[in-house]
Ligand binder design. Sequence first.
Ligand SMILES: [Zn+2]
Length: 121
Amino acid sequence: MTSQEKKVRKKQMKKAVKSVKTVKDVLVIARYVVKATGYVVYRVRSSNGVDEYCTTLDASGKATGCTCPSIKPCYHMTGCEALEAQRRAANTASTANADAERRRTAPLQGVNRNGGFRLLK
Ligand SMILES: [Zn+2]
């Protein structure tokens, strides 16, 4: 193998490692919210399918730590950050929908609003 070939091979290997890292999905077992602080804790399954780790996010949804042994930020942190962002986006959307529904079905809707006062005449 020439040195040129070695260089190319090294580059390809680097690329392969990178793409594997981004493919990894975080498997969430549970999600806890610490109401006093707003911190969110995700219990996640390790990539070996046996161990469990805790990934913590602060109130703004930014990952602050993970109990896994890999170099931080690990894929659990980035994965949980993404999940939390998705969750918050979905939550604000559904809250807006519920609010619109509540207004639409409010008791005064469809009732003659002057009805109550007409009796006073
Ligand atoms: Zn981790």
